[in-house]
Structure formats: structure tokens, C-alpha cells
Design a protein around this ligand. Structure first.
Ligand SMILES: C[S@@+](CC[C@H](N)C(=O)[O-])C[C@H]1O[C@@H](n2cnc3c(N)ncnc32)[C@H](O)[C@@H]1O
Length: 465
């Protein structure tokens, strides 16, 4: 992380460490500066845990010694306080910084009640995670041209919770490099617990703009310097076609080619005329409506994720997880009109190869006026009228294709498929969707193996895998 930093112009280099721990990042950064010929370095380190301070001092004293050996000067200040609440950028006595290399803490907090939300309200709004607030305050502490390197979960790169944060960050600075770890369980496993979040390293320069962004990806079990490295136009990585400013991360040149092809689609999912909503049934709030007696009178099927199998939804009432939804009073708050929809799983399980799993629910599958969809699935239709069977199969086929799955992975590192991201995804036209649906229907091949063979030619996808 320290080696990403370029030699700053200042005579005295000021380093900021927020959440310093035992000081490994500041030590590496200061020594890297020394190796670039920067002889005078001053570091300010924030660490809330007073028990870490003795080790932190020990590290920094070693750095001091190493500087002395090379006739340099390293000085430091430790602030044993809460970095976000302290807001050093607001302190008149604190000079702005040249470099910050950080590994902030990660935890969620409530945007409504947490003092952290209040502390950063002048920087950005949202409902994110403490790491975003660390980054925002660090950015506010940097001088123009100041460099910040972060290691964090990938979660800030997409999603509504981080929209305000992305807006702040990408307005204040240029993101010029992203390093992604392909197999997250291998590098971060020192306590034998696999890291479930995808983590990325990012390099930002305050007040800059860039035309290209470098994306590095490495397998975690090999030296980080053996990373696969590619450069892409900034607009391919940061989507500026809507107000979400999603940061897309292609893990390979092949994934980037998918992203580029998707960018040539003339429309988005939403602009094509489709809607996507999360199923209305929140099971723990509607227990009185749910029954395992799937043939009980005055009930309708309640679709759960296991009912969403590629291409055709299956609810026959005899699977051990099948349940029905009673049409009690006020059921219409939780049910929707029975019609033809495409169902898209919101969460893929760990053993599922695909992030996107879609299936068709046809109106005539069940003879009822309403139908119930659980909130672990999304349902898709068209805004103006009813989906035809052909279009529904076309949609489900496209969503189950390798192309869409790879494209989605560039947008999101999460196993969750949110309606917000889906709405702004570039999407084939309705005519293309219908053409695909028509072929699926004619061939009567509702198998995933042939999906790519049908989808790729219609979308003009070059399969370079
Ligand atoms: C993920 S660790 C990183 C430590 C170190 N930078 C490293 O990379 O090894 C985050 C550190 O932030 C500290 N921390 C957590 N909340 C803090 C806060 N509000 N203000 C300052 N430090 C905090 C923790 O005690 C912890 O040492």
C-alpha cells in the first residue's frame, strides 16, 4: 500500500494515520518516503485503543532510529482519541497532510442516532459504515494533491447506502488505482476465519482528475506484485450516466470487455420499461398469514428463494420448504396481483456459481387473483402492461446468461442483488429480449446450457473466453 505513493513535493512530509493500531502502515509509508529521498517526515497518528499505544510508540521509535541512520528526521504525535469525532480538519492548529495510508475499522452505525453520522454530516449523508467516515475525514484533512491509500471492503463502490459518500469522495479526489483480491479467503486468513467481504485497496489524489484508472487484481496466495494490471478509461470504471456514480471493477481484461459491450446497449433496465421490486412478504412480520398446509383453502403460493430455479419457477406445494400465504384481511398489503413476472433471487448462496438466478412465474401457473413473493426475491414486470410469456422467458434467459452475470460482478462485489443496481444496469432492448424469448420458446429448450448460445448472437456478444 505504501509503495503506491508518489514522491511528494513538500520539504517536510506530513503523514496522517487514522486507526493506527501498532503503526505498521505509517512505518511502511515513512520508510518508503525515506527510500524516495524524503529526509524529513512528521506523522500524526490517531488510535482509540490506549492498550495499543505502547506498541505503537515502539514501532515509531524504530522508524525514528532508521531515519537517524540515514541522516533523516522522523517525528510523530499520537492522539489517543476518536478520529471521526475529533475532526482534525476543523482544528486550526492542524496543518493539512501529504499522505495517508489507512486501514480503518469497519462497522455499521445508525445514520439516525450515531454521533458519527452527526460528526460527518457536513461532508456527506448516507447510512454506511465507520470506514466511510474515516475516509471522508481523512480526505478533508489532506492538502490539494495529497495522496490517500485505503484498504476497505468493496461495499462502498455500489449501493444506495454509500451514494452520498461516493459523491463526496469522487468530487473531492481522483481515484486512480484499484487493487482487487480475487480469492479473498487466502490473504486475510491469519485467524483462520475466512473474510467474507471482498476487500480492495484504492489510491486517491485530492483535487485531481484522471482520464484512466488502473485496476490490479491478484490471487491472494501469490505475491501482490504479481498482480494482473490493466488501465481503463475513467468513464468505464466510474459510471457517470446516472447520479449513483457506481465504481465498476473488472477483475480481468475479459471482464472489462463484457463491461464495454454492456456499455454499448442503448438503454438501461428501467428505461427499457421494466420495473423491479422486492417481494412484499417479510416473513417474520407476517407469521399469522403463513401456513405449511399448502393446499389449505383461501391461500396462495408464497414464493421463497428455493422456488426460483433457473428459467422456470417451481412451486407445487410439495417441497419441504414450500409454504402458502393466507388471504386474511389486509393480505393485499403483502400480496400482488397474480400475473406473469420474472423472479430474481436477491441473495445467491455460497455454493451457487451464479449471482443472477432468474425464473419465470406465469399467471396461469396458479389459478388465483393474488400471489405472494417473499422479500428475499425481486419480481420484475413491465410498467405499462402485463409481460407476455415470450418476453418473460426472454428476460429470464438474459438474466441467467453468463454475459449478464459477469457484467453484474463488475458492478457489485456483493452476493446480494439489489433492485437499485438492477434499475440502472445497461440492458438489451425489449425487441432483443422478445427475440431471445421467441427462440427459447420455439426450441422448447429451457435448459441453462444453451442460454449463452441463444443470448450472445442476439446481443452481438463476442465470446472471448
Ligand atoms: C483495522 S485496524 C487497523 C490497524 C492498523 N492501521 C493496521 O493496519 O494494522 C483499525 C484500528 O482503528 C482503531 N480504531 C477504531 N475506532 C477508532 C476511532 N473511532 N478512532 C481512532 N481509532 C479507532 C482500532 O483500535 C484499530 O487499531
Amino acid at each position: 500500500m505504501a509503495s503506491l505513493v508518489a514522491k511528494p513535493k513538500s520539504k517536510i512530509i506530513r503523514i496522517l494515520d487514522a486507526g493506527a493500531g501498532t503503526g505498521i502502515l505509517t512505518a511502511s509509508t515513512a520508510l518508503y518516503c525515506l527510500s524516495m529521498g524524503c529526509k524529513t517526515v512528521h506523522a500524526v497518528l490517531y488510535e482509540l485503543d490506549s492498550e495499543a499505544v505502547a506498541s505503537l510508540k515502539q514501532t515509531l521509535n524504530i522508524v525514528q532510529y532508521l531515519f537517524c541512520e540515514q541522516l533523516g528526521t522522523f517525528t510523530y504525535e499520537i492522539c489517543c482519541e476518536d478520529f471521526v469525532i475529533a475532526r482534525p480538519d476543523k482544528e486550526k492548529t492542524v496543518q493539512p497532510f501529504d499522505i495517508s495510508v489507512i486501514n480503518p475499522p469497519y462497522f455499521k452505525y445508525s445514520a439516525k442516532d450515531s454521533p458519527y453520522a452527526k460528526a460527518v454530516a457536513d461532508l456527506y449523508h448516507g447510512d454506511p459504515n465507520i470506514y466511510a467516515s474515516f475516509i471522508a475525514v481523512v480526505m478533508a484533512c489532506m492538502k490539494a494533491g495529497g495522496q490517500m491509500v485505503t484498504i476497505t471492503p468493496r461495499s462502498f463502490t455500489n449501493g444506495l447506502y454509500f451514494k452520498g459518500f461516493r459523491e463526496y469522495l469522487l468530487t473531492e479526489s481522483a481515484l486512480s488505482l484499484i487493487h482487487i483480491f480475487k480469492h479473498r479467503d487466502k490473504v486475510f486468513n491469519n485467524d483462520n476465519s475466512a473474510v467474507l467481504q471482498e476487500n480492495i485497496i484504492c489510491y486517491f489524489v485530492k483535487g485531481n482528475t484522471v482520464d484512466t484508472i488502473t485496476v490490479r487484481s491478484s490471487n491472494c496466495d501469490v505475491n501482490i506484485n504479481n498482480a494482473d494490471e490493466n488501465q481503463y478509461p475513467a468513464h468505464l470504471i466510474i459510471d457517470s450516466s446516472n447520479d449513483q456514480r457506481i465504481i465498476r471493477i473488472p477483475e480481468s481484461a475479459y471482464a472489462a470487455s463484457i463491461l464495454k459491450q454492456a456499455e454499448t446497449f442503448k438503454t438501461t433496465f428501467e428505461d427499457a420499461g421494466y420495473f423491479i421490486s422486492t417481494g412484499r412478504v417479510v416473513e417474520h412480520l407476517t407469521r399469522q398469514y403463513i401456513t405449511e398446509d399448502t393446499s389449505a383453502e383461501n391461500t396462495v403460493p408464497l414464493y421463497r428463494p428455493h422456488n426460483v430455479t433457473p428459467l422456470t419457477a417451481t412451486w407445487i406445494g410439495n417441497h419441504k420448504k414450500d409454504v402458502a400465504f393466507k388471504l386474511n384481511q389486509d393480505h393485499d398489503k403483502h400480496t400482488v396481483k397474480n400475473g406473469t413476472y420474472v423472479l430474481l433471487k436477491r441473495f445467491s448462496s455460497k455454493d451457487e456459481k451464479r449471482r443472477l438466478v432468474a425464473s419465470v412465474h406465469l399467471a396461469n401457473m396458479h389459478c388465483c387473483k393474488s400471489i405472494a413473493f417473499g422479500n428475499k426475491i425481486n419480481y420484475i414486470g413491465i410498467l405499462s402492461s402485463e409481460l407476455s410469456t415470450i418476453e418473460a422467458f426472454g428476460l429470464a434467459t438474459v438474466l441467467n446468461s453468463s454475459f449478464m452475470d459477469k457484467y453484474f460482478r463488475c458492478i457489485s462485489g456483493n452476493t446480494q442483488v439489489n433492485a437499485t443496481e438492477t434499475r440502472v444496469m445497461k440492458f438489451p432492448s425489449r425487441d432483443q429480449i422478445k427475440e431471445i424469448g421467441d427462440q427459447v420458446q420455439k426450441l422448447k429448450l429451457f435448459e441453462t446450457a444453451i442460454i449463452d448460445l441463444i443470448v450472445n448472437p442476439v446481443l452481438g456478444v463476442v465470446n472471448s473466453m
